[in-house]
Design a protein around this ligand. Structure first.
Ligand code: 5GP
Ligand code: SF4
Ligand code: MG
Length: 458
């Protein structure tokens, strides 16, 4: 998901939030919402689909100066209009809208506990657990209520919360998901990624730290740790943000995403040293790494696949047949470019093996001689519990197949996954110990309840 919020008494914050979310569209295409507050009244507009479809008209709040917005990414079984964020509540402490990126690992336990003491839930969103905790807190101020609530939740959460008089940002103690602070001439912005700051010409100020909460109001920005002690902070930024999820023109926690992807390609070239005629990518997600491979190896880069740019990301399709169709609608081979060639084909990841399998067959049908598939991430063997839909375990091809079996399945002539070491060198701006690699090694920084874990390694 993508989250975005603004506090500015001089700009049309609704419009700016719309464009900010538009720049975060790659983080979620399932639904979108914007809440605007004028200090005493909060209104929200939400809808399904891309932001251009979801929000035909902004909430009508003349004099509105605080916003929170959200673009939703599909995670398992959630295609329900009730689950659109931000979630707006009116409680005795005032009004509040909450936009959440991430996945809580103890949401089910908290929900049971809250239901046991009388709470009623209307959605299946983790965010509803958060607002219930906030509303039920006995603390005096909104800020303290939020602190109390976020101390109880576990897992991944980058939150943008708008209240009647404040914009609040919170990043979980592991910092799984990014969150940054920007500045406009007279106000402030919170955003999942820096590319959205650029889009609205806000100046980048800094990233929010894991375990940090920022409070923005008329007196400026205040910062505090919400965790009980610094020992609770255990940095584990999602390395997949660099591999695939974030936009290349963003910078996360001091590391440029573009540079990381270019480096991943260079590392792949060093690890494979394949002799080939052409380097190409599965666009768009593999392109920057392919460029890196080409530069490092000296093998020319070519565009052997053309993308229909009017399609969304293909990953988010309900079943295998529809996924296949979607890939074919999205990409087609250029026979002129690939005919007779030995091709290094780069993609960012293999999840189920659908995309790469279809593409390898497509390229061979177009006359490619050999396909050397290079993946700019290690093999994904474990599910993500922190907000990225790397699928349920049994669907992850690398959980049940060896690399050679996968090579055979996708019908490639060679298959190489970037090593963990190569990946770490590519993302050298963030120390290895401060990154999450759980979908590759099963080492979860925050443990998940056993009944939600889908068992150990098969
Ligand atoms: P597969 O076809 O192997 O199931 O998925 C791999 C493809 O899905 C890659 O081309 C990659 O770019 C894309 N992909 C990988 N992870 C994600 C994700 O979390 N979300 C979306 N939308 N696409 C993904
Ligand atoms: Fe990212 Fe993988 Fe960790 Fe999930 S498990 S947060 S996708 S690195
Ligand atoms: Mg892709």
């Amino acid at each position: 998901c993508g989250v975005f919020g603004m506090y500015d008494r001089h700009l049309n914050v609704g419009n700016f939030t719309y464009w900010g979310l538009f720049a975060l569209q790659h983080r979620g295409q399932e639904s979108a919402g914007i809440a605007i507050s004028d200090g005493s009244n909060i209104e929200v507009t939400k809808g399904m689909g891309l932001i251009t479809e979801a929000i035909k008209q902004l909430p009508d709040v003349p004099g509105g100066f605080i916003t929170s917005g959200h673009v939703r990414y599909s995670t398992t079984g959630s295609n329900n209009p009730k689950n659109i964020q931000p979630l707006v509540i009116h409680y005795q402490g005032g009004d509040m809208a909450v936009a959440h990126n991430g996945n809580l690992t103890n949401a089910l336990d908290l929900r049971r506990e809250l239901e046991g003491s009388g709470s009623i839930f209307q959605t299946t969103m983790d965010s509803e657990v958060i607002v219930n905790l906030i509303a039920r807190s006995k603390a005096e101020s909104t800020e303290e209520r939020i602190v109390e609530a976020v101390r109880r939740i576990e897992g991944a959460f980058s939150l943008v919360i708008s209240t009647n008089d404040k914009l609040i940002g919170v990043r979980d103690a592991n910092g799984f998901r990014p969150l940054c602070l920007g500045k406009t001439e007279h106000g402030y912005v919170l955003s999942s990624e820096t590319c959205a700051l650029d889009a609205i010409k806000a100046e980048f100020v800094r990233h929010i730290d894991p375990g940090e909460m920022v409070i923005i109001d008329d007196s400026g920005v205040r910062s505090r740790l919400f965790v009980e002690s610094e020992a609770a902070i255990n940095k584990a930024l999602c390395v997949f943000e660099y591999i695939y999820f974030a936009r290349s023109d963003s910078e996360i926690d001091g590391q440029s995403v573009y540079q990381a992807r270019l480096n991943m390609g260079r590392e792949l070239a060093r690890e494979t040293k394949y002799e080939a005629d052409l380097v190409m990518s599965i666009p768009d997600s593999g392109t920057t790494a392919a460029l890196g491979y080409a530069r490092e190896s000296g093998i020319p880069f070519g565009e052997g696949l053309i993308k229909n740019r009017y399609m969304g990301r293909t990953f988010i399709k309900p079943d295998q047949a529809q996924r296949e169709l979607a890939v074919r609608m999205k990409l087609n081979a250029v026979a002129d470019v690939v005919k007779g060639k030995r091709i290094v084909l780069i993609d960012d990841s293999i999840v189920r093996g659908t995309t790469s399998g279809i593409i390898v067959r497509m390229l061979k049908e177009a006359g490619a001689k050999e396909i050397y598939m290079c993946v700019s991430s290690p093999a994904i063997e474990y599910p993500c519990h922190y907000g990225i839909d790397t699928s349920v375990r049994k669907e992850l091809i690398a959980a049940t197949h060896t690399t050679d079996q996968i090579r055979e399945y996708i019908q490639a002539d060679k298959l190489h996954y970037l090593s963990r070491e190569g990946l770490c060198r590519a993302v050298s701006g963030v120390p290895e110990a401060e990154l999450c690699f759980a979908c590759f090694d099963g080492d979860y920084a925050v443990s998940v309840p056993e009944d939600q874990d889908e068992g150990g390694k098969y």
